[in-house]
Design a protein around this ligand. Sequence first.
Ligand code: GLC
Ligand code: CA
Length: 543
Amino acid sequence: MEKKWWQSSVVYQIYPRSFMDSNNDGIGDIIGIISKLNYLAKLGIDVIWLSPVYRSPMCDNGYDISDYRDIAPEYGTMDDMERLIKEAGLLNIKIIMDLVVNHTSDEHPWFLESKKSRDNPYRDYYIWRDPLEDGQVPNDLSSIFGGPAWTYDETTKQYYFHLFASKQPDLNWENKKVQEEIYDMMNYWLDKGIGGFRMDVIDLIAKEVDLKITDNGPRLHSLLKEMNTATFGGRDVLTVGETWGATPEIAKLYSDPKRDELSMVFQFEHITLDWDDVYGKFKPKPLDLLELKKVLSKWQTQLTDDGWNSLFWNNHDLPRIVSKRGDEGILRVESAKMLATLLHFLKGTPYIYQGEEIGMTNVKYDSLEDYDDIETHNFYKENIKNGFSHDDMMKAIWENGRDNARTPIQWDLTDNAGFSSHTPWLKVNSNYRTINVAAALSDDSSIFYHYKRLIALRKEMDLIVYGDFRLLLEEDPNIFAYIRSDSQNQLLVVCNVTGHDIPFSLPTSISPLRATSLITNYNSRLLKDVKNLRPYEAFAYIL
Ligand code: GLC
Ligand code: CA
């Protein structure tokens, strides 16, 4: 596989609403991001994935776009955006834009036209169907945000299709005109010098609603090839597809460089392991650590030269990993560093979600009213109807709700965590006086500096980017250990994924004698002396 810059890059995701507020209206904005570019340069990241900043009614915080060629006024102006691209570029940071083209907002001019009449030129930009004879929805497909995927429109007496909220009507990708409009718009952004696209729920665009196929539709990969040719194909950019339904086989279809589709996939098999089969994230079940190990290592060994994966624990839709898989309490720092170590020595492109680098935690609002997220509110209503108790729902929201990731970034210990002098749009996590960027920067042993070191090591050692992966201690539920190797070197990574002391013995095939320590979250020892792992201990050695 020809080497690409995005294989050795580290991506940092910014959720603009929560990152930094420059004009003190309580909402993060682009100038706020610009003011923190030096902080990101210090961390050492190469790419920013910017969650949507386009004009939007914000029913889903920008994942409902009403103008793809304009910036939401609360986030700033097109001039601000161009300045962000330029100033990030001066620090060698590329900006990738979130491309949300499975659906638009119902306030997008295309949809406003589309719903006017059945013969409107924009009618077929969206998916309209007649009611069944008794007036019922055309079929039983449901929305990912709860309820039916169909909403009735009085004016033309048909239903339109939406896989998310009713304010997010799905585009009809069967329509050539839709394709052309989107490709034009992508080129408009590429011409501004962006570094690529993160493609929102891209596996849904080739749906066939009458056959009830929603993800991985038959025409998906031919559409992506066309998109590649019409837009970014000739440019050296990063494209990453959000692909909930990908297996390693499917991932190769997207990301095998010979196929000219995308650079890499962003798949969730390691995330959804503790979701209920029926109720999903809002009925979490205990995680089987062996399962997690199996899934992570499957993706390492099955995607070799013919595909590329993203490495992540967090994004704007997921709970904070230190709360989820580590310890929010006294072992917060150790466990956050362990989780980072486990992930960043794997093969793939690492993604850090804002605040992860300082070990921000989940939030626990007492009142449902304090939550903003549309998915949280919709499922609260739906699941209560299905017999869930209020307490069970609140517990599930505390554990897996999306607002966990969306609380304002904790910059310092001043009011509102230094995010804004105005009351923020979503309440700051009450632990901001102890967990904040200022505190992390002034402590050499902070989680921040651990991430910085992991990022720097990836730049120094090709082995971390390209080496082979081999899982060790396969059947051990407490230890995640692996070897990365190339023709010259071997790297050993060992992580105690539990909060307990665990006895450890090195597999006999590995000699500890010449091992040199690369990184650890406790004080380092000679590898030959390691007979036990301390709670959440993690280390890496060059053998
Ligand atoms: C993706 C986004 C999520 C959004 C949904 C609809 O899953 O990550 O935040 O709500 O798509 O656009
Ligand atoms: Ca603002």
